[in-house]
Design a protein around this ligand. Sequence first.
Ligand code: SF4
Length: 686
Amino acid sequence: LRDRGWPEAWTRTTCPYCGVGCEMDVGTRGGRIVTVRPSREGPSNRGHLCSKGRYAFGFGEAPDRVTVPMLREDGGWRRASWDEALDFVATRLRRLREAHGPDALAMLGSARATNEENYLAQKLARVVLGTNNVDCCARVCHAPSAAALKAMLGTGAATNSFEDVEHARTLLVAGSNTTECHPVVGARIKQAALRGAKLIVIDSRRTELARYADVHLQPRAGTDVPLLNALAHVVVTEGLTDEAYLRERVDAVEDFRAFIRDWTPERAARLCGVDAEAIRRAARLYATHGPSMMVHGLGMTEHVQGTESVMTLVNLALLTGNLGKPGTGVNPMRGQNNVQGSAHMGCEPGHLTGYAPLEANRARFEAAWGEPLPSSAGMDLMAMMDAAHEGRLKALWAFGYDVLLTNPTARTTREALERLDLVVVQDLFLTETARACGHVFLPASTSFEKDGTFMNGERRVQRVRRALAPVGESLPDWEILCRAARALGHPEGFSFQSPEEVWDEVRRVWPAGAGLSYARLEAGGLQWPCPDETHPGTRVLHTHGFAGGPRAALRRIDYTPSPEARTEERPFVLVTGRRLYQFNAGTMTMRTPHAALQPEDWLDMAPADAERLGLEDGVRVRVRSRHGEAVLRVRRAEGVRPGELFTTFHTPEVFINAVIGPQQDGYTRTPEYKVTAVQVERAESR
Ligand code: SF4
């Protein structure tokens, strides 16, 4: 503040980083953000922010921010006007559609963008481009959670709220490094444990939360299904089920009891490398010391059995009746500020706004939009990359998502993108995707420069408010999309004058969100379902029945090992994730002072392994899988299991996704970022 001056104005908005959705007051002076302070009224943060929300706000001022439209020319970029850039996009898209059909075009929505913008993106893809080829970054994170929760409970979202952490007597945190990835909720969990709540942590690493745990189960990466089945076995065989709940609300109980008999803790212990007695202790605690609440992260979902891992969590909650009450439930920690919203607005090939299945809701949306919807099934992000590689996809429009830096199999992803005739990048910076393969760059505004809403990980819709004017010629994504639709000769349905007008249309096509007017959101965020303007919003789902009917059913889930088995040649399993001071592909945090706190990706290795390989801290190593390689520094980390490694995907310098393979979750095609067999060798001489 000494350098920047005292704020002249304060604007309340929502954090642009993780899915906790902390409310913050942004202090501005002279067209710059000078400080950020937490909102005391924010229901998910109550006066707290983590260091990212509090200090990593300066990315909009980064010197490499691109604030003018640009076209690729002679291998470089040249400045263009908005009209020229949008005309270029429209002309190319029209030509490609005429030559190859609408399904040669695809759109990627963004967790960085607002609900209104994601709604417009999928509407543009469907009614202007004529394709269901629309997806978003939920594909690479919690699509398995949404799929599992939708399939078993009827609603693809967290069942409870962050405040339920304070109502639970037992917390089961599975595959979530909450204190680093969702720090404000992580702090609430630590506080709950310090106040006496029991804490069970399931994580292949000894995370910070594991230090507070009554039981830490540290399974081998990729063995969550056997472990959770063994917990269910203990619950069933020791008579710890909630029989009244099972009678009233749950089907397939006897079939499940027969199935789970074989999943003894001893069998799981052999597969997972954990102590069978610890499994029993955890199961007894979860089942008998309720209410018990589950919180899970990408450690559950980014596996070949990602969806089924979440289903095994739901099985446990159903068996013990830990659903539909305060302090219970199955709660995915959504990674990005609006990843719940981007998928929920319809940026998914098979779902329309409100996570409404496409075919069952086709007629309703055709009537609302006055347009026929495309008949083809649509491709998800992974299928888009396959199609691009095979020459079936010709154009990709990606906003707020660095495909090249984020997707697995970076080499094949780059080849796929290079084969496209048109790559439109709509972003703040020249991302790796733009640099490598972009043809047009459309400069977008940051969330501090626009209005709209985000949806956090507990289904809460919160206002995003403009604190600054868009920088340079940049525009909010909603305006870019509306102008693009008009350039494509389709002004009908895209003549909105404000995000609020877009949101009012969203409320008309999404019955569970009808009550979430801007006027009501002014007073604070509300959780859906909220079907009318007198409804208070819904803190706990499934209190009486489920969205799909009065009863849910248990599922038999067998174990499918990852194809990435360790071998003599590749004796380590690599797990990737995030750290406290950086965020995902680093696009924003790397351009703030946080870059100094964690300037590079490094490789965590168990001390015994480092000793055996003769690797000192800080030495550069080459990590090589069947799919690619990366070079980074090694660091001894007590919390890593021997034989496993951990690193992050924050920097293009390391490009760790070059090492990750093509294996995917069987239901949602979410990549298996958490299990890759690798070898490690010193990359520099002593
Ligand atoms: Fe932002 Fe998440 Fe930190 Fe809250 S916990 S300040 S939402 S990054």
